[in-house]
Design a protein around this ligand. Structure first.
Ligand code: HEC
Length: 138
């Protein structure tokens, strides 16, 4: 017969076995390397809160937690405005999909035409770098 105590010990044991695997799966990016990767975005974007240059793309300052198409002075495509109105918010997952892996696949009809970043490490690094400016504050 298995008593509750033994069962608890068994569960704790399997958690210890599972945990290192989970820690490996969630790989944190390196913001320093991400700064270099972000040079691929700088032709069209900045991360400068006081950006005055008229760039092709909107500022990526505090992009984490920012709804899509939230910069009032920027002329977004209708596609991006529609996705913002429908609730698309930029976070590690949506950034990973949109910017870096497949812009057209996530926002069909977007005016951003950037080559996808195919390397998963580079994508993680870039997201870590973009997160440095903090979260969006309306
Ligand atoms: C050739 C120019 C160009 C390059 C290179 C580029 N983007 Fe963009 N990006 C744009 C444009 C233009 C938009 C606006 C898209 C729209 O309105 O559909 C945009 C939109 C975005 C948005 C949505 C912002 C918002 O306010 O909703 C994010 C996030 C973004 N880009 C991230 C990136 C990242 C990260 C890179 C580098 C890997 C990158 N972009 C490279 C032109 C570019």
């Amino acid at each position: 017969m298995i008593c509750r105590h033994m069962l608890a010990r068994q569960i704790a044991g399997s958690l210890i076995l599972l945990f290192p695997a989970a820690a490996l799966a969630v790989e944190a990016g390196d913001a320093g390397r991400g700064e270099r990767t972000c040079r691929r975005c700088y032709s069209c974007h900045s991360v400068d809160p006081n950006e005055t240059a008229k760039l092709q793309g909107p500022s990526l300052y505090r992009i984490m937690g920012r709804p899509a198409a939230a910069i009032p002075s920027f002329e977004y495509s209708d596609a991006m405005r529609a996705r913002g109105a429908a609730g698309l918010v930029w976070d590690a997952t949506t950034l990973e999909d949109y910017n870096i892996a497949d812009p057209e696949g996530v926002v069909t009809g977007t005016s951003m035409s950037a080559p996808p970043l195919r390397d998963a490490h580079e994508r993680a690094d870039l997201i870590a770098y973009l997160a440095l400016s903090g979260r969006y504050r309306p």
